[in-house]
Design a protein around this ligand. Sequence first.
Ligand SMILES: Nc1ncnc2c1ncn2[C@@H]1O[C@H](COP(=O)(O)OP(=O)(O)O)[C@@H](O)[C@H]1O
Ligand SMILES: [Mg+2]
Length: 586
Amino acid sequence: MSKATESDVREDGVIEGVSGPVVTAKDLDARMNDVVYVGHEGLMGEVIEIEGNLTTIQVYEETSDVGPGEPVESTGAPLSVDLGPGMLDTIYDGVQRPLDVLESKMNSAFLDRGVDAPGIDLEQTWEFTPTVDEGDEVEAGDILGTVPETPSIEHKVMVPPDSEGGEVVSAESGTFTVEETVVELDSGEEISMHQEWPVREARPTVNKKSPKKPLVSGQRILDGLFPIAKGGTAAIPGPFGSGKTVTQHQLAKWADADIVIYVGCGERGNEMTEVIEDFPELEDPTTGNALMDRTCLIANTSNMPVAARESCVYTGITIAEYFRDMGYDVALMADSTSRWAEAMREISSRLEEMPGEEGYPAYLAARLSQFYERAGYFENINGTEGSVTAIGAVSPPGGDFSEPVTQNTLRIVKTFWALDADLAERRHFPAINWNESYSLYRDQLDPWFVENVQEDWPEKRQWAIDTLDEETELQEIVQLVGKDALPEDQQLTLEVARYLREAYLQQNAFHDVDMYCEPQKTYRMLDAIKTFNDEAFDALDAGVPIEEIIEVDVAPRLNRIGVQEDWDEYIDELESDLEAQIRELY
Ligand SMILES: Nc1ncnc2c1ncn2[C@@H]1O[C@H](COP(=O)(O)OP(=O)(O)O)[C@@H](O)[C@H]1O
Ligand SMILES: [Mg+2]
């Protein structure tokens, strides 16, 4: 986070009033979005409104002891993040202060007043290897060299986006702090390993491209029915206890992103503590290294000040964009965007702005779309390609999806994973409702699945969707007249749909094997159920009574594919047993 230096501190202002996180000051020489220090304790805040000589500030820390007459000073710089090696394997608060530094400075987490801490360690040294030579011409964004940031990730040191560029006059390999010059240009510009960027501004790119690759999640219902693209956007709305956080964790652990930015935004205090305690223990399934080696956590619990909650998603997405600029695929999870929207609402009401729907500010929709707009598959200014995938949980009060945050998010995101209280209550997990959920990326991702998994991936999926749709319709009839009143072929459809739900859609996030399902296994599970379907319908056509068909002892083995480590052989055997047993009936 940018700090004031002697030269840019401007004239002091004086506090006029304090209303929770919102402070007004008069005679402050500051611009919109400038970071300011408020009161004798120097609490960090940001200018959000200027009217005449009255400046309104949102303060990122508890303001209870601050009063009128105390000084306010401006840093003259907007709220920015410090970008450089050292962000991975780190836990920040909403304004990029490392929690461990805050803790050691105050001996207590979550009680941060007037404590400033740089976003990246200024003393730590890193091994820099230049990838440019003296005499090379470089432009804004160009990669100058690499740093082994963690065992999993090579950090790329880049020319800052606002640089004029020039000819390299020196590029030294060696061990440096992030503030030391590693590359010098003929313009006199000295480039170090860190740069700052204002959080409310998207980092520049050449253009946004149509995403073509899935973010493979290892979750069958997602990859199989409602896939998200690398560079895509998704919302996970659901009532309390329906599995939003578990789904976000599964994605953070298993999705094939290079980098994960996990923003825990104002959810219950203990939930964030779990993340802070759990994540550092986790292993990255692809490398065997620590998961934190490719992860940055931004933790804002509900007991942290509301303004820091407002800023945490911006801090997160700016860090995500920075890694995207290096050519990485970044996945950002925000849990939950509702808490962020509530922070907006609270600040807006303190400002006495005209409230919109349910008290949310009129600019709620604009803020949500500005955030999701920053996701995408991009051609970067240095010629690399990278992506930011944004996945936001939404926690509508009472699980009512008609409320403003859910509705506005729905209009923006292209993937919708609707969590359902009834499914969760029946312990059907993940409790993603297959009737309400959708992915608008399906068609554009199909070529990838066809090429990398199986030719008839789209057809198998369509069959599953059709069968589940038919089940939904039949269920209505069953409610009225009972299952036995249905013709036998419809009873059989219900049986097949049951396997789709129980064997395929259900997936236990806490089972060692089932927690992750590679796309090939996802495909073959569907294939096995389809084999049962085809054999069973043939038998029915041949006049075998339905009871005999559905009671073949091999069929329930479908329910155990998920937990098989050697699923390939298991499915081979299962399919041939299904064929043999059912054909024996006629
Ligand atoms: N995929 C899953 N597999 C197994 N259990 C799950 C799964 N998803 C959710 N659950 C169960 O539901 C509980 C609540 O989930 P959680 O993600 O905390 O809900 P939310 O964040 O929506 O309030 C979890 O503690 C877990 O027991
Ligand atoms: Mg949760």
